[in-house]
Write a protein that binds this ligand. Structure first.
Ligand code: UDP
Length: 140
C-alpha cells in the first residue's frame, strides 16, 4: 500500500479543551507519523481560503468564524494509505453517525465544532499541505 501524506487540523474547540496530546496519542496508535506541525490562529482570509469549496453553503460563515475563534494545530501526517486511514480515525462529519473510538465520536461538540479536520483525497491533501507548509518544514 502507498505511503501517503495528509493534512490534519486540531480545531479550536479541541485546542481549548487541552486535548492536543490525547488526539496525537490516537494518531500515533493508528501508526500515522506526525512529520510537520505548527500552532496558528487563522485570519478571516485564511479560514475562507482554506474552506473555499464550501463558500456557497449555508454553514460557511459560521464555519469561518469558528475556525478563527482560537488557535489551531496544523500537522502533516504520513503513513500507509494515510489519507483514508486518518479519515477513518476521525469518523464522519456528523458525529451522531460516528463510531465509538473515533476522534469525532469521542471529542466533537457538534456538527460544526467537530475537533479535527483531515484531507478527503490525495489531491486535497496536496493542496491543503501546501496551504500551511513549505517543503523545508516537512520532515519525512
Ligand atoms: N460543517 C458545519 N455544518 C455542516 C457541515 C459541515 O458546520 O452542516 C463544518 C464542520 O466543521 C466540517 C466542515 O464544515 O468539518 C467541513 O465540512 P466537510 O463536509 O468538508 O466535512 P469534513 O470533511 O470535515 O468531514
Amino acid at each position: 500500500m502507498a505511503i501517503e501524506q495528509t493534512l490534519s487540523i486540531i480545531k479550536p474547540d479541541a485546542v481549548k479543551k487541552q486535548i492536543i496530546g490525547e488526539i496525537q496519542t490516537r494518531i500515533h496508535q493508528a501508526k500515522l507519523d506526525i512529520i510537520a506541525i505548527k500552532m496558528v490562529k487563522l485570519t478571516k482570509e485564511q479560514a475562507e481560503g482554506f474552506y473555499a469549496e464550501h463558500q456557497d453553503k449555508p454553514f460557511f460563515a459560521n464555519l469561518v468564524n469558528f475556525m478563527m475563534s482560537g488557535p489551531i494545530v496544523v500537522q502533516v501526517l504520513q503513513g500507509e494509505n494515510g489519507v483514508e486511514r486518518y479519515r477513518q480515525l476521525m469518523g464522519p462529519t456528523d458525529l451522531s453517525k460516528a463510531a465509538a473510538g473515533t476522534l469525532r465520536a469521542d471529542f466533537a461538540n457538534s456538527m460544526r465544532e467537530n475537533a479535527v479536520h483531515g484531507s478527503d483525497s490525495l489531491a486535497s491533501a496536496e493542496r491543503e499541505i501546501a496551504y500551511f507548509f513549505v517543503d523545508s518544514e516537512i520532515f519525512q
